[in-house]
Design a protein around this ligand. Structure first.
Ligand SMILES: NC(=O)c1ccc[n+]([C@@H]2O[C@H](COP(=O)([O-])OP(=O)(O)OC[C@H]3O[C@@H](n4cnc5c(N)ncnc54)[C@H](OP(=O)(O)O)[C@@H]3O)[C@@H](O)[C@H]2O)c1
Length: 341
Protein backbone atom coordinates (compact mmCIF):
# COMPACT_ATOMS: atom_id res chain seq x y z
CA UNK A 1 0.00 0.00 0.00
CA UNK A 2 1.22 3.47 -0.87
CA UNK A 3 0.03 6.24 1.40
CA UNK A 4 -0.31 9.93 0.53
CA UNK A 5 -1.09 11.65 3.81
CA UNK A 6 -2.31 15.23 4.16
CA UNK A 7 -2.51 16.48 7.76
CA UNK A 8 0.26 15.48 10.15
CA UNK A 9 -1.26 16.90 13.36
CA UNK A 10 -2.53 14.88 16.32
CA UNK A 11 -4.24 12.11 14.31
CA UNK A 12 -1.97 12.08 11.23
CA UNK A 13 1.18 12.12 13.38
CA UNK A 14 -0.06 9.29 15.59
CA UNK A 15 -1.05 7.32 12.50
CA UNK A 16 2.51 7.63 11.15
CA UNK A 17 3.89 6.32 14.44
CA UNK A 18 1.45 3.41 14.36
CA UNK A 19 2.32 2.58 10.74
CA UNK A 20 6.04 2.75 11.56
CA UNK A 21 5.62 0.36 14.49
CA UNK A 22 3.25 -2.04 12.80
CA UNK A 23 3.35 -2.64 9.11
CA UNK A 24 6.20 -3.02 6.70
CA UNK A 25 3.82 -3.51 3.80
CA UNK A 26 2.72 0.12 4.02
CA UNK A 27 4.87 2.66 2.25
CA UNK A 28 4.31 6.32 3.00
CA UNK A 29 5.10 8.15 -0.22
CA UNK A 30 3.98 11.69 0.60
CA UNK A 31 3.26 13.87 3.61
CA UNK A 32 1.86 17.37 3.86
CA UNK A 33 0.87 19.81 6.56
CA UNK A 34 -0.50 23.28 5.90
CA UNK A 35 2.97 24.59 5.01
CA UNK A 36 5.28 21.84 3.76
CA UNK A 37 5.02 18.85 1.44
CA UNK A 38 7.42 15.92 1.23
CA UNK A 39 7.46 13.29 -1.55
CA UNK A 40 9.72 10.25 -1.77
CA UNK A 41 8.51 7.74 -4.32
CA UNK A 42 10.64 4.94 -2.87
CA UNK A 43 9.16 5.56 0.66
CA UNK A 44 9.62 8.10 3.43
CA UNK A 45 11.73 7.01 6.40
CA UNK A 46 9.26 7.32 9.27
CA UNK A 47 11.82 7.32 12.06
CA UNK A 48 12.22 11.10 11.76
CA UNK A 49 9.49 12.26 9.39
CA UNK A 50 8.98 15.50 11.39
CA UNK A 51 12.44 16.91 10.55
CA UNK A 52 12.27 15.74 6.93
CA UNK A 53 8.89 17.44 6.46
CA UNK A 54 10.01 20.60 8.24
CA UNK A 55 13.16 20.81 6.12
CA UNK A 56 11.33 20.24 2.84
CA UNK A 57 11.37 23.31 0.62
CA UNK A 58 8.14 22.33 -1.16
CA UNK A 59 5.22 24.50 -0.07
CA UNK A 60 1.89 22.75 0.27
CA UNK A 61 -0.32 23.16 -2.76
CA UNK A 62 -3.14 20.64 -2.92
CA UNK A 63 -3.55 20.82 -6.70
CA UNK A 64 0.16 20.01 -7.18
CA UNK A 65 0.02 17.31 -4.49
CA UNK A 66 -2.85 15.54 -6.24
CA UNK A 67 -1.32 15.93 -9.66
CA UNK A 68 2.01 14.43 -8.50
CA UNK A 69 0.23 11.59 -6.67
CA UNK A 70 -1.66 10.76 -9.88
CA UNK A 71 1.41 10.96 -12.10
CA UNK A 72 3.34 8.49 -9.91
CA UNK A 73 0.60 5.99 -10.77
CA UNK A 74 1.59 3.57 -7.97
CA UNK A 75 -0.38 0.40 -7.31
CA UNK A 76 -2.69 0.44 -4.24
CA UNK A 77 -2.41 4.19 -3.73
CA UNK A 78 -4.43 5.59 -0.82
CA UNK A 79 -5.05 9.27 -0.12
CA UNK A 80 -5.46 9.88 3.62
CA UNK A 81 -6.97 13.21 4.67
CA UNK A 82 -6.19 13.89 8.34
CA UNK A 83 -6.96 17.60 8.17
CA UNK A 84 -10.09 19.36 9.39
CA UNK A 85 -9.94 21.47 6.24
CA UNK A 86 -12.81 22.17 3.83
CA UNK A 87 -10.32 22.56 0.98
CA UNK A 88 -9.21 18.95 0.66
CA UNK A 89 -12.69 17.64 -0.21
CA UNK A 90 -12.59 19.67 -3.44
CA UNK A 91 -10.08 17.08 -4.73
CA UNK A 92 -11.87 13.91 -3.60
CA UNK A 93 -13.78 13.38 -6.86
CA UNK A 94 -10.62 13.80 -8.97
CA UNK A 95 -8.71 11.43 -6.68
CA UNK A 96 -11.38 8.73 -6.81
CA UNK A 97 -11.61 9.09 -10.60
CA UNK A 98 -7.85 8.44 -10.69
CA UNK A 99 -8.67 5.08 -9.04
CA UNK A 100 -7.10 6.10 -5.75
CA UNK A 101 -8.94 5.16 -2.54
CA UNK A 102 -9.63 7.76 0.15
CA UNK A 103 -9.58 7.25 3.91
CA UNK A 104 -10.45 10.14 6.20
CA UNK A 105 -11.47 11.12 9.73
CA UNK A 106 -12.43 14.55 8.32
CA UNK A 107 -16.23 14.74 8.33
CA UNK A 108 -16.51 17.93 6.25
CA UNK A 109 -17.28 16.18 2.93
CA UNK A 110 -19.83 13.71 4.27
CA UNK A 111 -21.68 16.40 6.19
CA UNK A 112 -21.75 18.90 3.31
CA UNK A 113 -24.59 18.63 0.77
CA UNK A 114 -26.30 15.28 0.22
CA UNK A 115 -25.46 15.67 -3.45
CA UNK A 116 -21.71 15.73 -2.67
CA UNK A 117 -22.00 12.80 -0.24
CA UNK A 118 -23.86 10.72 -2.84
CA UNK A 119 -21.57 11.76 -5.69
CA UNK A 120 -18.45 10.68 -3.74
CA UNK A 121 -19.94 7.28 -2.91
CA UNK A 122 -21.01 6.77 -6.54
CA UNK A 123 -17.61 7.91 -7.87
CA UNK A 124 -15.80 5.46 -5.59
CA UNK A 125 -18.11 2.61 -6.66
CA UNK A 126 -17.81 3.49 -10.37
CA UNK A 127 -14.01 3.35 -10.12
CA UNK A 128 -13.94 0.23 -7.90
CA UNK A 129 -12.02 2.05 -5.17
CA UNK A 130 -12.86 2.68 -1.52
CA UNK A 131 -14.03 5.83 0.22
CA UNK A 132 -13.84 5.01 3.95
CA UNK A 133 -14.58 7.28 6.91
CA UNK A 134 -15.38 5.12 9.96
CA UNK A 135 -13.75 7.73 12.22
CA UNK A 136 -16.19 10.49 11.12
CA UNK A 137 -18.49 9.35 13.95
CA UNK A 138 -17.37 8.01 17.35
CA UNK A 139 -13.65 8.09 16.39
CA UNK A 140 -12.29 4.49 16.59
CA UNK A 141 -15.62 2.97 17.69
CA UNK A 142 -17.19 0.72 15.02
CA UNK A 143 -20.29 2.87 14.54
CA UNK A 144 -20.54 3.36 10.77
CA UNK A 145 -19.43 -0.19 9.91
CA UNK A 146 -22.00 -1.62 12.35
CA UNK A 147 -24.76 0.53 10.85
CA UNK A 148 -23.67 -0.48 7.31
CA UNK A 149 -23.77 -4.16 8.27
CA UNK A 150 -27.28 -3.79 9.75
CA UNK A 151 -28.58 -2.04 6.64
CA UNK A 152 -26.81 -4.32 4.13
CA UNK A 153 -28.19 -7.47 5.75
CA UNK A 154 -31.75 -6.14 5.51
CA UNK A 155 -32.35 -5.00 9.08
CA UNK A 156 -34.62 -1.97 9.48
CA UNK A 157 -33.41 0.98 11.54
CA UNK A 158 -36.19 2.09 13.89
CA UNK A 159 -34.24 4.52 16.06
CA UNK A 160 -30.68 5.73 16.62
CA UNK A 161 -29.86 7.54 19.86
CA UNK A 162 -26.36 8.71 20.63
CA UNK A 163 -24.03 10.86 22.71
CA UNK A 164 -21.56 11.86 20.01
CA UNK A 165 -19.49 14.62 21.59
CA UNK A 166 -16.76 13.64 24.04
CA UNK A 167 -16.77 17.24 25.29
CA UNK A 168 -20.51 17.41 26.00
CA UNK A 169 -20.43 13.89 27.41
CA UNK A 170 -17.75 15.02 29.90
CA UNK A 171 -19.53 18.29 30.73
CA UNK A 172 -22.85 16.61 31.60
CA UNK A 173 -21.15 13.70 33.38
CA UNK A 174 -19.41 16.23 35.66
CA UNK A 175 -22.24 18.77 36.03
CA UNK A 176 -24.02 18.29 39.37
CA UNK A 177 -25.52 20.69 41.89
CA UNK A 178 -22.02 21.18 43.35
CA UNK A 179 -20.72 23.47 40.64
CA UNK A 180 -22.22 26.11 38.32
CA UNK A 181 -22.52 25.10 34.68
CA UNK A 182 -20.19 27.88 33.48
CA UNK A 183 -17.46 26.65 35.88
CA UNK A 184 -17.78 23.10 34.55
CA UNK A 185 -17.35 24.41 30.99
CA UNK A 186 -14.42 26.59 32.06
CA UNK A 187 -12.70 23.62 33.72
CA UNK A 188 -13.31 21.44 30.64
CA UNK A 189 -11.71 24.16 28.55
CA UNK A 190 -8.67 24.35 30.85
CA UNK A 191 -8.22 20.58 30.61
CA UNK A 192 -8.16 20.90 26.82
CA UNK A 193 -11.42 18.94 26.37
CA UNK A 194 -13.22 21.71 24.49
CA UNK A 195 -12.46 23.50 21.25
CA UNK A 196 -10.47 26.72 21.86
CA UNK A 197 -13.86 28.48 21.69
CA UNK A 198 -16.25 26.22 23.68
CA UNK A 199 -19.18 27.62 21.69
CA UNK A 200 -18.04 25.31 18.87
CA UNK A 201 -18.94 22.39 21.15
CA UNK A 202 -21.96 23.88 22.92
CA UNK A 203 -23.74 24.98 19.73
CA UNK A 204 -24.38 21.32 18.81
CA UNK A 205 -23.36 21.69 15.16
CA UNK A 206 -20.60 19.08 15.34
CA UNK A 207 -23.02 16.57 16.89
CA UNK A 208 -25.57 17.42 14.19
CA UNK A 209 -22.98 16.72 11.47
CA UNK A 210 -22.42 13.27 13.00
CA UNK A 211 -26.09 12.28 13.26
CA UNK A 212 -26.50 13.61 9.70
CA UNK A 213 -23.85 11.14 8.51
CA UNK A 214 -25.60 8.30 10.39
CA UNK A 215 -28.95 9.34 8.86
CA UNK A 216 -27.41 9.26 5.38
CA UNK A 217 -25.70 5.91 6.04
CA UNK A 218 -29.08 4.52 7.08
CA UNK A 219 -30.49 5.51 3.68
CA UNK A 220 -32.02 8.97 4.20
CA UNK A 221 -31.26 11.85 1.82
CA UNK A 222 -31.08 14.38 4.64
CA UNK A 223 -29.53 17.86 4.72
CA UNK A 224 -28.10 19.56 7.84
CA UNK A 225 -30.86 22.22 7.80
CA UNK A 226 -33.44 19.52 8.49
CA UNK A 227 -31.90 18.78 11.90
CA UNK A 228 -33.45 20.42 14.92
CA UNK A 229 -30.50 21.53 17.07
CA UNK A 230 -30.76 22.76 20.67
CA UNK A 231 -27.97 25.32 20.88
CA UNK A 232 -26.67 25.40 24.46
CA UNK A 233 -24.98 28.77 23.96
CA UNK A 234 -27.21 31.49 25.47
CA UNK A 235 -28.44 33.95 22.81
CA UNK A 236 -26.30 36.83 24.12
CA UNK A 237 -23.25 34.55 24.20
CA UNK A 238 -23.61 33.83 20.49
CA UNK A 239 -23.05 37.51 19.70
CA UNK A 240 -20.12 37.89 22.15
CA UNK A 241 -16.95 38.77 20.24
CA UNK A 242 -14.50 37.06 22.59
CA UNK A 243 -14.38 33.82 24.55
CA UNK A 244 -14.09 35.84 27.80
CA UNK A 245 -17.25 37.78 26.95
CA UNK A 246 -19.00 34.50 26.10
CA UNK A 247 -18.19 33.19 29.60
CA UNK A 248 -19.69 36.36 31.11
CA UNK A 249 -22.94 35.56 29.27
CA UNK A 250 -22.76 31.85 30.12
CA UNK A 251 -22.53 32.73 33.83
CA UNK A 252 -25.83 34.57 33.49
CA UNK A 253 -27.40 31.28 32.35
CA UNK A 254 -26.08 29.31 35.37
CA UNK A 255 -29.44 29.48 37.19
CA UNK A 256 -31.27 28.12 34.15
CA UNK A 257 -28.91 25.14 33.85
CA UNK A 258 -29.02 24.59 37.64
CA UNK A 259 -32.83 24.49 37.52
CA UNK A 260 -32.74 21.85 34.76
CA UNK A 261 -30.19 19.85 36.71
CA UNK A 262 -32.23 20.06 39.94
CA UNK A 263 -35.41 19.00 38.24
CA UNK A 264 -33.66 16.03 36.65
CA UNK A 265 -32.16 15.05 40.02
CA UNK A 266 -35.56 15.29 41.80
CA UNK A 267 -36.93 12.83 39.23
CA UNK A 268 -33.89 10.53 39.62
CA UNK A 269 -32.77 11.48 36.13
CA UNK A 270 -29.54 12.71 34.54
CA UNK A 271 -28.95 15.27 31.81
CA UNK A 272 -27.45 14.06 28.55
CA UNK A 273 -26.94 15.85 25.22
CA UNK A 274 -28.48 13.35 22.83
CA UNK A 275 -28.66 13.05 19.07
CA UNK A 276 -31.68 11.11 17.90
CA UNK A 277 -32.93 9.79 14.58
CA UNK A 278 -36.43 8.37 14.43
CA UNK A 279 -39.14 8.25 11.75
CA UNK A 280 -36.95 10.21 9.35
CA UNK A 281 -36.44 13.08 11.80
CA UNK A 282 -33.13 14.01 13.43
CA UNK A 283 -32.81 16.09 16.58
CA UNK A 284 -29.96 17.12 18.86
CA UNK A 285 -31.05 18.17 22.35
CA UNK A 286 -30.47 18.16 26.08
CA UNK A 287 -32.61 15.50 27.71
CA UNK A 288 -33.26 14.14 31.18
CA UNK A 289 -33.04 10.35 31.13
CA UNK A 290 -33.87 7.80 33.83
CA UNK A 291 -31.80 4.87 35.05
CA UNK A 292 -33.40 2.41 32.65
CA UNK A 293 -31.88 4.32 29.77
CA UNK A 294 -28.59 2.87 28.43
CA UNK A 295 -26.97 6.34 28.63
CA UNK A 296 -27.60 6.82 32.37
CA UNK A 297 -24.27 5.33 33.48
CA UNK A 298 -22.12 7.08 30.90
CA UNK A 299 -18.84 8.37 32.36
CA UNK A 300 -15.80 10.46 31.48
CA UNK A 301 -15.84 11.67 27.91
CA UNK A 302 -17.21 8.43 26.45
CA UNK A 303 -19.48 8.31 23.43
CA UNK A 304 -22.38 5.90 23.18
CA UNK A 305 -24.62 4.88 20.28
CA UNK A 306 -27.76 2.79 20.56
CA UNK A 307 -29.36 1.18 17.50
CA UNK A 308 -32.96 0.02 17.84
CA UNK A 309 -33.81 -2.06 14.79
CA UNK A 310 -36.29 -4.67 13.63
CA UNK A 311 -33.84 -7.34 14.83
CA UNK A 312 -32.50 -5.48 17.90
CA UNK A 313 -35.87 -4.37 19.20
CA UNK A 314 -36.22 -5.60 22.80
CA UNK A 315 -32.61 -4.80 23.65
CA UNK A 316 -30.92 -2.24 21.40
CA UNK A 317 -27.43 -2.80 20.03
CA UNK A 318 -25.18 -0.48 22.04
CA UNK A 319 -21.63 0.66 21.25
CA UNK A 320 -19.76 2.58 23.94
CA UNK A 321 -16.22 3.85 24.50
CA UNK A 322 -13.87 6.75 23.85
CA UNK A 323 -15.20 8.88 21.01
CA UNK A 324 -12.00 10.94 20.61
CA UNK A 325 -8.29 10.67 21.27
CA UNK A 326 -5.16 10.27 19.21
CA UNK A 327 -4.43 6.55 19.59
CA UNK A 328 -7.99 5.24 19.08
CA UNK A 329 -8.80 7.60 16.21
CA UNK A 330 -5.52 6.96 14.39
CA UNK A 331 -6.08 3.21 14.83
CA UNK A 332 -9.54 3.62 13.27
CA UNK A 333 -7.97 5.39 10.29
CA UNK A 334 -5.31 2.65 10.11
CA UNK A 335 -8.00 -0.06 10.09
CA UNK A 336 -9.80 1.75 7.22
CA UNK A 337 -6.49 1.87 5.30
CA UNK A 338 -6.17 -1.90 5.69
CA UNK A 339 -9.78 -2.30 4.47
CA UNK A 340 -9.02 -0.59 1.15
CA UNK A 341 -7.51 -3.76 -0.35
N1 LIG B 1 -8.68 14.59 17.59
C1 LIG B 1 -9.57 13.63 17.69
O1 LIG B 1 -9.74 12.96 18.73
C2 LIG B 1 -10.42 13.29 16.48
C3 LIG B 1 -11.41 12.31 16.57
C4 LIG B 1 -12.17 11.99 15.44
C5 LIG B 1 -11.95 12.68 14.24
N2 LIG B 1 -11.00 13.66 14.20
C6 LIG B 1 -10.79 14.37 12.94
O2 LIG B 1 -9.47 14.14 12.49
C7 LIG B 1 -9.02 15.25 11.72
C8 LIG B 1 -7.65 15.68 12.24
O3 LIG B 1 -7.77 16.07 13.60
P1 LIG B 1 -6.50 16.47 14.48
O4 LIG B 1 -6.96 16.49 15.88
O5 LIG B 1 -5.33 15.63 14.09
O6 LIG B 1 -6.23 17.99 13.97
P2 LIG B 1 -4.88 18.82 14.07
O7 LIG B 1 -4.00 18.32 15.17
O8 LIG B 1 -5.30 20.26 14.08
O9 LIG B 1 -4.11 18.52 12.68
C9 LIG B 1 -4.58 18.98 11.46
C10 LIG B 1 -3.45 18.84 10.44
O10 LIG B 1 -3.97 19.24 9.15
C11 LIG B 1 -3.03 20.16 8.56
N3 LIG B 1 -3.78 21.02 7.63
C12 LIG B 1 -4.81 21.85 7.91
N4 LIG B 1 -5.27 22.43 6.79
C13 LIG B 1 -4.51 21.93 5.77
C14 LIG B 1 -4.49 22.13 4.37
N5 LIG B 1 -5.37 22.97 3.78
N6 LIG B 1 -3.58 21.45 3.64
C15 LIG B 1 -2.70 20.61 4.23
N7 LIG B 1 -2.68 20.37 5.56
C16 LIG B 1 -3.57 21.03 6.32
C17 LIG B 1 -2.42 20.90 9.72
O11 LIG B 1 -1.21 21.50 9.31
P3 LIG B 1 -0.24 22.30 10.34
O12 LIG B 1 0.45 21.21 11.14
O13 LIG B 1 0.69 23.00 9.44
O14 LIG B 1 -1.13 23.18 11.15
C18 LIG B 1 -2.24 19.72 10.71
O15 LIG B 1 -1.06 19.01 10.39
C19 LIG B 1 -10.11 16.33 11.85
O16 LIG B 1 -10.92 16.30 10.69
C20 LIG B 1 -10.88 15.89 13.06
O17 LIG B 1 -12.23 16.31 13.04
C21 LIG B 1 -10.23 13.97 15.27
Amino acid sequence: MNIFLVGTGLIGGTLLDQINAQANIIHVIALANSEHTLFDDSRIDLTDWQSALEESTDDTDMAKFVSKMKSLNLKNSIFVDCTASEETQNYYEEILNAKISIVTPNKKANSSSFETYQMLKNTAAKNSVKFLYETNVGAGLPVISTLNDLVKTGDKIIKIEAVLSGTLSYIFNVFTDKMPFSTVVQQAQKKGYTEPDPRDDLNGVDVARKILILARESGLSMEIDAIEIENLVPEAGREANSVEQFFVELKKADDKFAAMQNQAKCNNKKLRYIAKLEKGLATVSLQAIDKNHPFYDLSGSDNIVSFTTKRYKETPLVIKGPGAGAEVTAAGVFADILRTI
